[in-house]
Design a protein around this ligand. Sequence first.
Ligand SMILES: C[S@@+](CC[C@H](N)C(=O)[O-])C[C@H]1O[C@@H](n2cnc3c(N)ncnc32)[C@H](O)[C@@H]1O
Length: 393
Amino acid sequence: MIIEDLGMNGEGIAHENGKAVFMPFYLPGEIIENGKIIKKSEFRITPVCPYFKACGGCNLQHLKYEKTLKFKQNKIKNVLNKFKINVEVLECEPSAKIFNYRNKITLKCDGKKLGLYKLNSHEIVEIEDCKLASEEINSVIKIIKEIKINNIKEIIIQNYNKNILVTFKLINNDFNNIKLFKEKIKNYTKNYAIFAEYEDKTIFHAGEKYFIKEEFNIKYPFTNKSFYQVNDEIKNKIYSDILCNITSNDEVLDAYSGSGLLSAIIAKVAKKVVGVEIVKPATINANKLKEINKLCNLENINGDTAKLIDKIKFNVCVLDPPRAGVNIKVIQSLNMLMPEKIIYLSCNPATLARDLKLLENNYNIISLKPYDMFPNTCHVETLVIMCKKNNKF
Ligand SMILES: C[S@@+](CC[C@H](N)C(=O)[O-])C[C@H]1O[C@@H](n2cnc3c(N)ncnc32)[C@H](O)[C@@H]1O
């Protein structure tokens, strides 16, 4: 069997009896017989992680990095073609760190094994470390391995430098193992925060409640309750590219604004910014950020973008929705209100293409650029700058 192409999830695609066959971990150009590679791709490399294939986290560790960037660019091209959107897809921005780039990991636990899920399964692959996670996170995993995990179902570890946030999701209210973890992590760092979640309650257990992080001249609380992009270096590249499209006259709607970092960064440049976010703790965080940085031109509203968009005055709209993309009602409002510019950051090419199609009568795409936020996986982040038709850019 000859592998002809790579599918959306990085799996090899071959044809047998006229039907497409999906073959994970094989590469285009390879010839497979009885599950063995008879002819290897020149772009195949040896994966560095011992859990590769068993663990569902990575699917492209066996492919040379330059080729994974091409794969991501092509993946977007293919989806746009399906929607008949004719636009140049720029080269995928590489990540400086291909490993150890993640500032957050969610470990699964079944009382005995601690690790990550297998691909398309809820079975846990026990891991000692994760090659994608930061070195600090891997040090914390080592410490967790020294405690009993029988009452834990999930552990979320976040970091920036040696500032560590750990959230234990428990199946009962026995905190003894967490107390032991606290004693052990103290030897690793002074800057830690430990939270326990049991039933619907989050209990602050020990350390600092949050840390103050500074980027783009904005100080912001780094907490366990907010959404942050996982790859800081690529996040900062994307935010810089967004800022290049904002002027001091702009009134900006930052829809799907999360914990408000991007809104605050834009507020340093724009005339006014309104951030809209549906998760209450994230808006509370965004307001803390506004207060700490004394941003009088920033307003954070907690609510649904679809319900609020018609009540907000703006000439630039930033969209950074979850994987499901932008709600149809929001698209309809944009087509009615016609802001001068739409800046769309997407983590899902399929919903991005769907939404671009719905905006194409009124908007020209000025640029469309992929960013490798998630090296070694099939995921890709895309930034699209759109300008109202007949508008001079
Ligand atoms: C990809 S995150 C964007 C976060 C932020 N822009 C950033 O860079 O940190 C998407 C955010 O959209 C929020 N969200 C989801 N549905 C929403 C809705 N209908 N209205 C407003 N926010 C929503 C989620 O809670 C999440 O924080």
